[in-house]
Design a protein around this ligand. Structure first.
Ligand SMILES: NC(=O)c1ccc[n+]([C@@H]2O[C@H](COP(=O)([O-])OP(=O)(O)OC[C@H]3O[C@@H](n4cnc5c(N)ncnc54)[C@H](OP(=O)(O)O)[C@@H]3O)[C@@H](O)[C@H]2O)c1
Length: 325
């Protein structure tokens, strides 16, 4: 679709959870773009997505010539990114990738909102959990170790995860049986524990790339019947006692919000605060009991908006400015 402005943008995986969040975040940012193309697999051919109240026809990624775009935001599975990102770069198109395909490659910058954006032609966006956590970890400083219990919404597994929770909920409320295909067991009205060793390893690798100091991280992940919004119970052991007032001031300076309740440190939840919104929200912050030194807090944020789409928007805006598209 032709528009005003100079940048020709393509969103790959536009029909997915992250792709749709990217499109609506860009719309909310009122960017001036010359063209917006939306791509997905051949299964989505002829679908339309709304952008600025106008329908965009979804194209087939396999058939797209990346010479027709200046910047591509990939919101597709990692294997799709590995296959098509080189094609985009070869055609002179700069790429922002949301998948895990390039996050640990030393020559590919892994960027979080606020970090300097280099003049590269490919940058990777982090795991949503990393994007939400890093501002908190940076504000705390001098961390000896971190323990995280992550309550993962079904949208972390993409559209299939969202459909499975909606489908199972409807079937069960109507007294019918259900089948689990995306998750290993029933997710509706349930909690699915997964000991997070794999998750911890990948998380530490990403954190090491973006934080100046490294420290051990233990992660336990639990799948919960929540559609959108990541919740993390965070325990940070530190080298020295933390002053909570100073920590709160540093967190607020890093644009972290303490909920919108009138009460001090009011309750924040993925549904009431995070879902569909930008930002990272913290509540329940308290010192650890002696002799432990450190802090405990509860953190929520939208895995699709703050955890993903805000991150690519940040790079996109910088590139449009720096390269005068
Ligand atoms: N969900 C999250 O919370 C989250 C957060 C940060 C990063 N990420 C990463 O972002 C990426 C997208 O995740 P998602 O949750 O949005 O997944 P999703 O809802 O399953 O969407 C996947 C998208 O990729 C497209 N796609 C799949 N196979 C394709 C192929 N062979 N050719 C062209 N397009 C193809 C799909 O198109 P069709 O609709 O045509 O199948 C769809 O548009 C993943 O790499 C994920 O790891 C996800």
């Amino acid at each position: 679709m032709k528009m005003s402005g100079g940048c020709r943008l393509v969103i790959v995986g536009a029909t997915g959870e992250v792709g749709r969040a990217v499109l609506s975040t860009i719309e909310d940012a009122s960017l001036s773009l010359a063209e917006v193309h939306v791509l997905a697999s051949a299964n989505s051919a002829e679908e339309t997505l709304m952008y600025n109240s106008r329908p965009l026809l979804v194209g087939d990624l396999e058939e797209f010539d990346f010479a027709a775009a200046d910047i591509a935001i990939f919101a597709a599975p990692a294997d799709v990114a590995r296959k098509h990102v080189p094609r985009a770069r070869a055609a002179g198109c700069r790429v922002i990738d949301h998948s895990a395909a390039f996050r640990l490659e030393s020559e590919v910058p892994l960027l979080i909102e606020g970090m300097p954006v280099p003049a590269a032609d490919l940058v990777a966006c982090p795991d949503a959990l990393v994007a939400l956590l890093v501002p908190v970890l940076q504000s705390a400083g001098s961390i000896r170790s971190a323990q995280l219990t992550v309550l993962e919404p079904v949208s972390a597994a993409g559209r299939r995860g969202v459909r499975e929770l909606a489908g199972q909920t409807g079937e069960l409320l109507n007294g019918r049986g259900i089948e689990a295909t995306v998750f290993p067991a029933q997710i509706a009205f349930n909690a699915l524990p997964a000991v997070g060793n794999d998750r911890a390893g990948a998380l530490m690798d990403e954190l090491e790339r973006v934080l100046p100091d490294s420290f051990p991280v233990a992660v336990a992940a639990v799948g919960v019947p929540v559609f959108y919004g990541l919740t993390v119970a965070v325990t940070l052991l530190t080298d020295a006692p933390l002053n909570l007032d100073q920590l709160r001031a540093r967190l607020e300076k890093a644009s972290i919000e303490f909920g919108n309740s009138e009460e001090e440190q009011g309750l924040v939840t993925p549904v009431t605060e995070a879902s569909g919104r930008d930002g990272v929200y913290v509540t329940g912050m308290q010192s650890l009991p002696a002799p432990l030194e450190g802090v405990q807090l509860w953190l929520v944020g939208d895995n699709l908006r703050q955890g993903a789409a805000r991150q690519s928007l940040y790079v996109l805006e910088k590139w449009i400015k720096d390269f005068k598209y």
